[in-house]
Design a binder for this molecule. Sequence first.
Ligand code: GRF
Length: 181
Amino acid sequence: MLASGTGTILEALISADLPIAVVVVDRPCRAIAVAEAAAVPVELVQRESFGPDFDRLAYTERVVDALKRHEIDLVAMAGFMTILEHPIHDAYGGRITNTHPSLLPAFKGAHAVEDAFAAGVKVTGCTVHVATLDLDNGPILAQEAVPVLPDDTAETLHERVKEVERRLYPQVLHELVEDAW
Ligand code: GRF
């Protein structure tokens, strides 16, 4: 499991009794406390740079090394905010999933909810997909629509989308785990 943020999706995966071998985070964040509270091992693979000198390839290799210290069948990303390079796909290709807060292929990228809100769409949603090197463009596993309400801000909209992600992502992962994907 890869996370960077508040870890509410991680909490949903833990509550859904998914077998989580390790949580890898790229920065100090609430997801660490969430994992620790559930006695799930945590690997902080600290990203040292957010600037042009960031060595994405070397960083990806550190993430793969951390994952390899555990027995992993599937890598589930939830709000992991570092784009990873080919080594993770070489190691776990086709077995990496992500949840994205828009109806892909609309609104790819790190600001999906803000972009959908700014575009004035009346319906957005979330997508669970297989992560590939082609960012936010891998095979779609599940999607669900979420309405944009008249009083929404980008924040209230994101929270409504995340409520659906917290239900949909565990469901999809359960199906994959049960199919011994
Ligand atoms: C989710 O909306 C996910 O799709 C996006 O980041 C959010 C993570 O939420 N990429 P949280 O940190 O698990 O609360």
